[in-house]
Design a protein around this ligand. Structure first.
Ligand code: BGC
Length: 714
């Protein structure tokens, strides 16, 4: 502990300490009247008076605002402890990068790091000291609106990506907070804030590793989640917050609650009063309470009554003050906040270029019947409600502005140097059924061979509180796609979404499908680069695309069951684990995506079919670019432990690499497989491997059947 922190702790009163452990929204500071903690928590309010002497502010607007709040606050502060400013810089600050789920599809941690770094550079001049990111919740249910904030369904990929985000934020000069600890993404039925019930084994093996990877990479804060986890709200979950996070992982940074989540312990039906909430949270090492007033109102009393020790409060205070020291705020109260610099760096050509590259590298080509890339001299037109849409930034777009984004129409027109015909055809709402504008749209497009149909879901239909029970393409948009095809056009669907949507109905009517997620500020330019073939689509799905919403939750690393059915058939469906109406396989599997060339992968070889503990084997295959263009393939390595003390998934991703090859050339692609990569939580609870037979696959997506067998000998 530094001398400064030690002295402050000595000098401060209990009341001052409790305030220092509280964070409020900037709106509270400006508000004349008290703000409700959240809409759901009737009666629990937080007011301007509560905000006096608090430790931190979240979700303010500009650098000037942060500077003004800091000055006013420090002038009234007895100990000159600066406020620390936090906000959700999730996929960009003013320059908006593609949503994290899209970045996951790039399978490119270096790209994630670069985007995070640029976001941090803009955010720090904008007055942000800490970002509430990365969000590394593992997701398996596309109905959940917050799948857009994470990098996908695979634990290995999420760990790599989470680490990359942490490094990027630090390189860019801000602290970061990994969230939402833990298993928030396992919300039942994909409904936001819903209960999660996850076995300890599942939790340890799939849900926890990415948070841990971020902690190991140096994440400065951890945010506890809203959910009930196996019967206990997370802020009351001692095993998770103390035994796992603090004791096992050694995390000594700040643990902050999610928005109003401390008092939600009452709504959950776990604790009866605000005072009990304060006592439980502080005992579980929750250092900072976001937007609820229980520490301010009850901690001093709890200490006086001997229910909470002074030492416990001081420990939390130490962590909060040390975080402020780390952010350099005692030396410079504003951090890097500088309105002029914020203006200068935001949307700089360099940042726009990275945003464009990131959007290019995260759009997934799902289908291509030879229409793409489009030749520039061919005549084509645009249709659909997203053709001219500029709000393609996605949810959590921080200070991003729609008017600064490039729409698909603008991107294509600037690439082609000519104007394009565009027909909206129908509305973009997810419950939009009105098809009366379609005939006029079709008339406008008559005689034009290729139509780029820009469809999908608007940005505000994913993100927090934006779950969907039906994730298919809205009826009016599906009708538009069908009408375009039936009118004889060649249809290239460019689909926007914050989640995988069910494309089963429209897929047969599309000659090509490019899934662009919510691509951010440079979306239109990136889509033009891809459609016109200046760039090749290189992204692969980091989340499975269901055929029907009833398949959710759906993920590639599932179990075989005792009665498996061949995944992509409807035959043999009696008394096997199957549906009568759809096959088990997703429409598009994890790891899938096309480029503009063709590939053949074969000749899988192992350097030995015996792997000894402490040793390794080389797994290689021959990759050939059989098409007529240069291109890049994402080669993936999967394993399966055939028999174990705990049944293992049918496939587990263990590695990936990108290979660039000129047309007609071929190359060996090799991975090294070691015993550590075969570890899991065994029946005795140990993290280790078990001797026996394994399958290993190399392939271009998770449905690969190019396999070999080896034995682990111990
Ligand atoms: C969200 C968090 C976010 C926080 C602050 C909450 O509602 O769940 O992800 O960081 O608000 O904006």
């Amino acid at each position: 502990m530094s001398e400064r922190v030690e002295k402050l702790i000595e000098k401060m009163t209990l009341e001052e300490k409790a305030r220092q452990l509280t964070q409020v929204n900037a709106v509270v500071i400006h508000a004349e009247i008290a703000a409700e903690v959240t809409g759901a928590q009737q009666g629990i309010e937080i007011c301007r008076e509560d905000a006096a002497g608090i430790g931190s502010v979240l979700n303010f607007d500009t650098a000037s605002e942060a500077i003004a709040i800091q000055d006013e606050y420090l002038n009234a502060s007895p100990h000159a402890i600066p406020l620390i400013f936090m906000q959700d810089v999730v996929h960009g600050y003013r320059t908006i990068f593609p949503i994290p789920l899209a970045i996951g599809c790039s399978f490119d941690p270096a790209l994630a790091e670069e985007c995070a770094k640029m976001s941090a550079v803009e955010a720090k001049y904008g007055g942000t000291h800490v970002t509430f990111s990365p969000m590394v919740d593992l997701v398996r249910d596309a109905r959940w609106g917050r799948v857009m904030e994470t990098t996908g369904e695979d634990v290995f990929l999420n760990c790599e990506m989470g680490r990359a985000f942490v490094r990027g934020y630090h390189e860019g000069g801000i602290l970061c907070c990994v969230k939402h600890f833990a298993a928030y993404g396992a919300a039942e039925a994909g409904r936001d804030y819903n209960t999660t019930d996850v076995s300890v084994r599942n939790l340890k093996e799939y849900y926890l590793p990415a948070y841990r990877a971020c902690v190991e990479e140096g994440a400065d804060l951890v945010m506890s989640s809203f959910n009930l986890l196996n019967g206990i709200p997370v802020n009351g979950h001692r095993e998770l917050l103390v035994d796992t996070l603090r004791d096992e992982w050694g995390f000594d940074g700040v643990l902050i609650s999610d928005y109003g989540a401390v008092t939600e312990m009452i709504v959950h039906g776990y604790l009866e009063s605000e005072k009990e909430c304060a006592e439980t949270a502080i005992r579980n090492g929750l250092d900072m309470e976001m937007m609820s007033p229980t520490y301010i109102r009850h901690l001093p009393e709890l200490v006086k009554e001997g229910k909470v020790s002074q030492k416990l409060v001081d420990e939390s205070l130490r962590r909060v003050l040390e975080m402020k020291e780390k952010a350099g705020l005692f030396e410079n109260r504003y951090g890097a906040a500088d309105p002029q610099k914020a203006e200068e760096v935001s949307l700089s050509p360099e940042h726009r270029a990275i945003a464009r590259r990131a959007a290019v590298r995260s759009a997934v080509l799902l289908k291509n019947e030879g229409v793409l890339p489009l030749s520039e001299d061919r005549e084509f037109a645009l249709a659909g409600p997203f053709a001219e849409e500029k709000y393609i930034l996605g949810n959590w777009a921080c200070r991003g502005r729609a008017e600064e984004a490039v729409s698909i129409k603008e991107g294509l027109e600037s690439a082609l140097g000519r104007n394009l015909v565009s027909a909206t055809g129908c509305g973009k709402g997810i419950s939009e059924t009105c098809v009366s504008d379609i005939p006029a749209g079709l008339a406008k497009l008559s005689g034009i061979n290729t139509v780029i149909a820009c469809i999908g879901e608007p940005s505000d239909n994913s993100g927090e509180g934006a779950s969907r029970a039906d994730i298919s393409i809205p009826p009016a948009q599906a009708a538009l796609v069908k009408a375009l095809k039936e009118a004889g056009h060649s249809v290239v669907a460019v689909i926007f979404g914050g989640r995988p949507q069910v494309l089963t109905e429209i897929e047969p009517y599309c000659d090509a499908i490019l899934y662009v997620w919510q691509p951010g500020t440079e979306g239109g330019n990136a889509v033009a680069d891809l459609l016109l073939g200046k760039e090749e689509p290189t992204a692969r799905l980091s989340m499975s695309f269901p055929r029907a919403v009833g398949q959710c939750p759906l993920y590639y690393n599932s179990f075989n069951t005792g009665r498996p059915r061949i995944p992509d058939t409807l035959k043999n469906s009696m008394y096997v684990s199957a549906y009568r109406d759809v096959c088990n396989a997703p429409l598009y599997p994890f790891g899938y995506g096309l480029g503009y060339t063709d590939w053949h992968i074969g000749g899988l070889r192992l350097s030995s079919d015996v792997l000894e503990a402490g040793g390794s084997i080389r797994v290689s295959a021959r990759l050939k670019n059989t098409g007529s263009r240069a291109g890049s393939a994402l080669v993936q390595l999967y394993i399966r432990d055939r028999f174990a003390s705990v049944v293992r998934p049918v496939k587990e991703l263990k590695g990936f690499c990108r290979v660039f090859l000129a047309a007609g050339t071929e190359e060996d692609v090799a991975f090294t497989l070691s015993e550590e990569m075969l570890r899991f939580y065994t029946a005795s609870g140990e993290y280790g491997s078990e001797a026996g037979k394994f399958d290993v696959w190399i392939g271009l997506d998770s449905s690969t059947d190019l396999s070999a067998e080896f034995t682990l000998v111990k």
